[in-house]
Ligand binder design. Structure first.
Ligand code: AMP
Ligand code: MG
Length: 448
């Protein structure tokens, strides 16, 4: 496990007073380590979890060559250029049953989609392309020239999955398609990494919990709910610790309890430079923590590090997924000390915390691809910091994508975040944006 000083030494030009967004990501990817406990889960419970093993296909899918169409199967070597092919129909192959019998030259088999193709047949002509005529019990079809080539409309054995080859890879998030793929292999359970436990609390004496009477200068705690939503969508188990007053004893108790139970601790507030409170002091006292001014907007102040957990003996009967941190992988909890402003919390979560948590979950996911859209307006931007602007992407009449900011971009203005469907990412070195310029957008869909 590297210390924060060792990680800092690995990053060229690292400056805690003006750290770039990409250096924050690089720092965090060196700081965190994946969980180690494996849980075998039934498929219905595995959605959103991360695979802990490769899934090797126990058989070929599909298990036989079969027909991709309702039509007639025949030996494609009989096709000749420019001439219709006449064949006698000798039977019908239905899906789910092997047809018994043989098909000779000059003959074909009526076949349904998914039905097994007998070995001697390699081509299917869709039924709508043939002329058929029946005389008594005997039926013939005529295939017009140029309609099919040998091998058409045949699904090959193993074309979906080959026996012995990985069908799914360790580190993949279990999406609906991947669950379906596992089911197509007959698998009832999947080995997944255990879910992360993430503790969250808000700090600040001016923060009210829902149900508290309003008072002058105080605001209701919105961060608790946005962070809860973000963590839940990521499949984390959330340990909600509410609001913790700016009191050293309460803060110490909260950090200690969080570190004992959780893999990661997220706090909001109390990390800005001029902050006259105990939050920063307590982070320093209980762990190895760095305080940054990030070259970004919104979300400049941030604290990151480890809070040491004081081990207590495991409670009896606590095992597996329900066990506390005492039975688990690490003795320190990763700390993400986020700024207090509600939009800064969400932006720093999406830009930094989310990828780090995915890494801790054992996920090998690549960064989310950004969408390109034309800016509907001019945006002022200073090179030398990364800016995230709340925007709405829409599709124009000509099919192109346009993005418009959702108004006041103040770091406390949650309304413009709630109206947005993505964040316009204005990169570190980028300058002003003119109307119509292409910009990158991090879409919320699929993320939150
Ligand atoms: P701080 O980072 O503690 O200086 O807080 C910056 C701003 O965010 C202040 O206006 C706080 O009142 C506000 N703030 C801090 N925590 C929360 C919270 N949990 N919910 C809503 N607003 C908050
Ligand atoms: Mg504060």
């Amino acid at each position: 496990m590297k210390t924060l000083a060792q990680i800092a030494a690995e990053l060229q030009g690292y400056d805690p007073q003006a750290i770039s967004a990409s250096d924050v990501q690089a720092f965090l990817s060196r700081l965190v380590t994946p969980v180690q406990t494996v849980l075998g889960l039934p498929l219905f419970e595995a959605l959103g979890r991360v695979l802990a093993d490769d899934v090797i296909s126990p058989f070929d899918v599909p298990p036989h060559d079969n027909s991709a169409m309702d039509g007639y199967a025949f030996d494609g070597r009989q096709l000749t250029d420019g001439r219709a092919l006449e064949l006698q129909v000798v039977g019908t192959a239905l899906a789910g049953r092997a047809w018994q019998g043989s098909v000779q030259t000059g003959q074909c088999l009526k076949i349904m989609t998914g039905a097994i193709l007998p070995q001697s047949l390699d081509t299917v002509v869709p039924q709508e392309f043939v002329k058929s005529n029946a005389a008594g019990d005997i039926c013939h079809i005529a295939i017009p020239p140029g309609i099919v080539r040998a091998g058409d409309n045949r699904r090959l054995r193993g074309e979906d999955l080959m026996q012995g080859k990985p069908a799914l890879r360790k580190g993949e998030l279990l999406t609906p398609a991947r669950l379906g793929l596992a089911a197509s292999l007959g698998l009832k359970t999947l080995n997944t990494w255990r879910p992360l436990r993430v503790a969250y609390f808000s700090t600040g004496d001016e923060i009210l919990s829902l149900g508290d009477a309003p008072r002058e200068g105080a605001v209701y705690d919105s961060n608790r709910y946005t962070v809860f939503g973000l963590l839940s969508r990521l499949g984390c188990q959330v340990i909600d610790m509410g609001v913790v007053r700016d009191d050293p004893a309460l803060l110490e108790a909260a950090f200690t309890q969080a570190a004992a139970q959780a893999d990661a601790i997220i706090t909001s507030g109390g990390v800005s430079v001029g902050e006259a409170d105990f939050t920063k002091a307590m982070m320093k006292k209980l762990g190895d923590v760095v305080f940054w001014r990030v070259a970004m907007r919104p979300g400049r102040p941030m604290a990151v590090g480890r809070i040491l957990s004081i081990k207590s003996p495991p409670s009896p009967g606590m095992t597996g997924a329900n066990s506390s941190k005492n039975n688990s992988d690490s003795e320190a909890a990763i700390l993400f000390g986020l700024p207090g402003n509600p939009v800064a919390v969400m932006v720093t979560f999406l830009a930094f915390v989310r990828p780090a948590l995915l890494q801790m979950m054992g996920a090998s996911s690549a960064p989310v691809p950004l969408l390109k859209a034309h800016s509907a307006e001019a945006i002022r931007k200073k090179p030398g910091r990364t800016e995230y602007q709340r925007g709405r992407v829409s599709t124009m009449a000509d099919g192109s994508l346009q993005v418009k900011t959702t108004g006041n971009q103040g770091s406390g203005v949650l309304r413009s975040m709630a109206e947005a469907n993505g964040l316009i990412v204005l990169h570190h070195d980028q300058g002003n944006i003119a109307v119509g310029d292409e910009v990158d957008v991090m879409m919320f869909d699929g993320m939150i």
